[in-house]
Structure formats: structure tokens, C-alpha cells
Write a protein that binds this ligand. Structure first.
Ligand code: OOB
Length: 544
């Protein structure tokens, strides 16, 4: 059985014939750019002291490291969990893996032992790449614990002091013979899904499909060789990677400027010094930038375009961004599974502030259906289903889940509730999936519920999102205690989740003890009921 369903031959032929899939690979693109303009700057990493790599340097580094990885036994198709912050080595490592034909599995810096242990075990990863420390956390110690319990994991490569592992800088860098050249329809990497289930699903993306999404994004956003894209969000996330992101900037021969932290105190001086032209951010961060922009002593005049997406951006906030930052706004509504929508540079202002854009491609098929799967009338709300040249046909090694997440004819059920304007722009109205969107960070309630249920005093638990002015939503855990159990404090529930070793953003913001959950008609716990208890009517973010 293949690891993941792919596009049926007829669709693949169509996407090739249309010129969407051009047979390019990431490794090949980098070589071509390095040959065409070797001395242009590809990557700037400002911390702790400024480093910048030209296309020639990045290309050479990636090739040498690819040879080193190959010499260490990393082979085509092998999985390698990459958990690096926004540093130049991130770019070097992933291009080296692309060249080997090994698949990076993109973990976020916030992930901890539970998530990393799962990624390594589930993907049977042969290697794990980490920083020594980041944000006060000891990744070397975490890597040791994960390596101990993951039999497939042969290597841990560390940027910095390696402890008992291998320093990335010690991997032999002498090219040794030929390195395997992947095909453009091979998988390039595994991206993480936001998730609605107990464990995140993995998203298999090919060179062909992802590069098409980059080319389409670049065209829409006006990315070219003069673009200097600031990577504010974690570089492993799909949004800063490809919308148009650091990979888009590199595809166009521009420059990716890596930002260690997205706050204005760190980022504004970088915008000024590096003459940044474009960046992307989630709505809560856009609020912070909008507040800080007008009073700043830093020169932000190089900034031409800011993309905002990942969660719903309120119209009121959207109206304030352009005057505050002196640049254009573009809304983006995308998903790591594929489909990405952008407002356009030639859209009128009202469209930019009131919609989440329209699809990249004329071959993106978008259906809006009701609960019974019937098309909704034009202008009505519906479940968004999609299929197209850069939307996956199934998750990696998840055949059972795929039967629910995709229709029989290959449409991905996004779980989003949207409506379509007469111009074809989508407006996100809510969500049907059991997921919390905490300022762009996605949380699967089931994952947290399973942890809390492990406590001996807990009879039942339900984790829901409640409206929050700044984050859009934050998390609330309703807990029913066992009869006669020791009373618990909210802080103990939070500690339990934290100590289980999951990303800090998944720790419930609020914990409330209740006698019983509201019931639905069929006797199941009603998450909708729980949300409307917690938030005044009209502010409930979801419709289902
Ligand atoms: C991006 O990707 P993911 O995979 O972390 O999350 C996808 C989900 C969407 O299904 C939707 O529920 C939500 O995030 N979302 C938005 C949104 N953008 C994403 N909801 C409302 N308004 C928006 N503008 O989040 C992502 C991937 C590529 C580009 C941008 C965002």
C-alpha cells in the first residue's frame, strides 16, 4: 500500500499540460538560481551576529551537507524530523535533505517530547535535527530522551554544542560521488496538519505541487529578485514558508531575512536595516504591529506588503493596518493541506478588508455544500471542499482518516464554513471541525482532552475555544470530577498538560469545573453548547 494517495493520472496529466507542474525540484531550482546569480544574497540571519549567504554559498553548503548526510546513511525517502528556529541552518538543512531525496518532517520549535516522540516514531525517522538550546529550552536533553525510545532514530544533529550527539558542523562536507536526484513528482517533505484528532496528521507535499503554489503565490504577491521577505513566524509553518514565504523569495531569486522573534522591538530594526519589502503574520501579531507602527523611531518605509492570515482577521483591525504601517495589506486564507486564497493587489480596498481572498489557481476547484453535501445557493454559507493542483489527495499513512477527510472523488473537507462573494472571494464565517484556532496556532481538543482524562480525579473533560479579543479564540477546559475525588485547582490541570511535554500554546488558558456537560439531542456532549455558555451569543466563533 502506498504511503499516501496521490493525484489520479488524468489530473496529473492535466496539471502538467496546463504548465502548473513543470518538472522542477527544490534542489534543481537552487542550482539554477546559484548559476544565474551566484552573488545575490539568498539568506540573512541576523542573530547573534549578522550572517548572510549568497546563492552560491547556500547552494554549495546544501550540496556538501547533502553529501555528508548521504555518507551517514541518510537515503532517499528517509524521514528526518527538523526542529529548528529561524536560523540560516534551517534553510541549509532542508535543501540538503531535498538534494538527498530524504523528507524533512517540519516540527515547530514549540513542540515538546509528546509531539516529537510521536513524529519520530510514526514516521520511523532516521534522524532528528535540533538547536542546542532555544528559548531557554534544552533540546539536546529532549533529543536524548526521544532517541532512547525510538529504535529507528540513528542520528541527532545539533546546531551548536551537541552533548552526546553529532554537531551539524561536524558532518563531513566533502562531496563523495553522486547524490540521488529526486523526481519532481516525488514527495519533498511532510508538513504537519493543524489537526482535529488525538495526534496530528502528516501532509505529503511533492516538489511539483508545492513549487506550483510558490510560483502562483509569487505572481499574486509581486515577488521578484528585489523582494526581501522577513520570516516572522516559525519558518517550519506553511504560511511563512510558501505564502509566498522564504521559499517563494528564494524561488524568485530574492532574499529571505530570518527574524528570531516577531515582536516589533526585534523586527522593526531589522526591517529598517535589511530594507525588508514584504512579510506575513497572524492577526494577533498584526494588531501589535499596527499599535507599534505609528510611534516607531524605525524607518519602515521599505515595507510594501504585509500578508495577514492563519486565523480570521477582523475587518476593523484590517482597516487600521495600512495607515499604521504605510504599506499594502493582503489577506491570506490557506491551509497546509494545499488551497491558498489571497486578496489581490488590484482588488478594491473594501474587498481587501472584508474578504479572505480567492484561490491561487484557475484549477482550484472549490465547492460550498450544506450538511447533506448539496451545493448551497450562490452567496450562502457552506462547508468548503476543495481539490486542485497543490491540494493533497490524502494524509500520509492515514487510510482510515482519509476516508472521512476526503470525498470519494478526492475533494478535501477543509472543515471551514465560508461564503463566496460575487467576485469569487471567500469569507470565512466559522468552522465545522473540532479544532481551536488560537491566534493562528491550531489545537486539536481531543489531544488535550486525552491528557486531562489521564488524571485520576477526572471523570470527563471537554476542551473548547472561547472568543478572545486579542487571540480570536483561547482555550477553555471544562472538567467534570469523579464523585468523591480530591478537589483540583485549575493550575493543577494546566500543570498536568504542561508536564506531559506538549507545546506551551496547547496548555488550556482557562479551566472550569462543572457538574455535567450540556447534552445534544442524541446525548453526546455538545461543544456548541459549551461554547455558548462561555461566550455571549453572537461572539461564538464557530457555527457548528
Ligand atoms: C494556515 O495553515 P494551517 O494548516 O495552520 O491552518 C489552516 C486553517 C484553515 O483551514 C482555517 O481554518 C484557518 O487555518 N485559517 C483561517 C485563515 N487562514 C487560515 N481562518 C480564517 N481566516 C484566515 N485568513 O493557517 C495557513 C497556511 C498558508 C497560508 C496562510 C495560513
Amino acid at each position: 500500500m502506498p504511503d499516501a494517495p496521490t493525484w489520479p493520472a488524468g489530473f496529473a496529466e492535466r496539471y502538467r499540460a496546463a504548465g502548473h507542474w513543470r518538472g522542477e525540484t527544490f534542489g534543481g531550482v537552487l542550482s539554477e538560481r546559484a548559476a544565474a546569480h551566484p552573488d545575490r544574497v539568498a539568506v540573512v540571519d541576523p542573530a547573534p551576529e549578522r550572517r548572510s549567504w549568497t546563492y552560491r554559498e547556500l547552494d554549495e553548503r546544501a550540496s556538501r551537507l547533502a553529501a555528508g548526510f548521504a555518507a551517514r546513511g541518510i537515503s532517499p525517502g528517509d524521514r528526518v524530523v527538523v526542529q529548528l528556529p529561524n536560523i540560516a541552518e534551517f534553510v541549509e538543512v532542508v535543501f540538503a535533505l531535498f538534494r538527498v531525496g530524504a523528507l524533512p518532517v517540519y516540527a515547530l520549535p514549540a513542540h515538546r517530547e509528546t509531539e516529537i516522540g510521536y513524529f519520530c516514531a510514526f514516521t520511523e525517522a532516521v534522524a532528528y535535527v535540533v538547536p542546542d538550546r532555544h528559548a531557554g529550552f534544552d533540546h539536546v536533553a529532549l533529543a536524548s530522551r526521544v532517541k532512547e525510545r525510538t529504535p529507528t532514530l540513528k542520528h541527532v544533529f545539533v546546531v551548536g554544542s551537541p552533548g552526546p550527539h553529532t554537531a551539524l558542523s561536524e558532518v563531513p562536507r566533502t562531496p563523495s560521488g553522486t547524490v540521488h536526484e529526486p523526481r519532481s513528482d516525488d514527495l519533498a517533505f511532510l508538513q504537519l496538519s493543524g489537526g482535529t484528532t488525538g495526534v496530528p496528521k502528516l501532509i505529503p507535499r511533492t516538489h511539483d505541487d508545492y513549487i506550483y503554489s510558490l510560483r502562483g503565490s509569487n505572481e499574486i504577491c509581486g515577488v521578484d529578485a528585489d523582494t526581501r521577505f522577513l520570516v516572522l513566524l516559525p519558518a517550519a509553518h506553511n504560511f511563512p514558508m510558501s505564502s509566498p514565504g522564504w521559499l517563494g523569495a528564494l524561488y524568485a531569486g530574492g532574499t529571505a531575512v530570518l527574524c528570531p522573534s516577531p515582536d516589533p522591538a526585534t523586527a522593526f530594526p531589522l526591517v529598517e536595516r535589511e530594507r525588508v519589502t514584504m512579510t506575513g503574520m497572524v492577526p494577533p501579531l498584526a494588531l501589535v504591529w499596527t499599535e507599534a507602527g505609528p510611534g516607531t523611531e524605525h524607518d519602515l518605509s521599505s515595507l510594501e506588503l504585509v500578508l495577514v492570515g492563519g486565523a480570521k482577521y477582523s475587518e476593523a483591525a484590517a482597516r487600521r493596518l495600512e495607515p499604521a504601517l504605510g504599506c499594502r495589506l493582503m489577506q491570506v486564507f490557506g491551509m497546509a493541506e494545499g488551497l491558498v486564497n489571497y486578496t489581490r493587489l488590484d482588488d478594491d480596498h473594501e474587498t481587501v478588508v472584508t474578504t479572505q481572498g480567492r484561490p491561487i489557481s484557475e484549477d482550484d476547484e472549490v465547492l460550498l455544500v450544506d450538511d447533506a453535501g448539496e451545493d448551497v445557493p450562490e452567496g450562502g454559507f457552506g462547508h468548503l471542499l476543495t481539490r486542485g493542483p497543490y491540494t493533497i489527495r490524502g494524509y500520509w499513512r492515514a487510510p482510515e482518516h482519509n476516508t472521512r477527510a476526503f470525498t470519494e472523488d478526492g475533494f478535501y473537507r477543509t472543515g471551514d464554513i465560508v461564503r463566496r462573494t460575487p467576485t469569487g472571494h471567500l469569507v470565512v464565517e466559522g468552522r465545522a471541525k473540532d479544532q481551536i484556532n488560537r491566534g493562528g496556532e491550531k489545537i486539536a481538543p481531543e489531544e488535550i482532552e486525552n491528557i486531562i482524562l489521564g488524571h485520576p480525579s477526572v471523570h470527563d473533560v471537554s476542551v473548547v475555544g472561547v472568543a478572545d479579543e486579542y487571540l480570536g479564540e483561547r482555550t477553555l477546559a471544562y472538567v467534570v470530577l469523579r464523585e468523591g475525588a480530591e478537589p483540583l485547582k485549575p493550575v493543577a490541570v494546566k500543570r498536568l498538560v504542561r508536564e506531559r511535554g506538549v507545546a506551551a500554546y496547547k496548555v488550556p488558558d482557562l479551566v472550569e469545573f462543572v457538574e455535567a456537560f450540556p447534552q445534544t439531542g442524541i446525548g453526546k456532549v455538545s461543544k456548541k453548547g459549551l461554547r455558548s455558555e462561555a461566550a455571549p451569543a453572537g461572539t461564538v466563533p464557530d457555527r457548528h
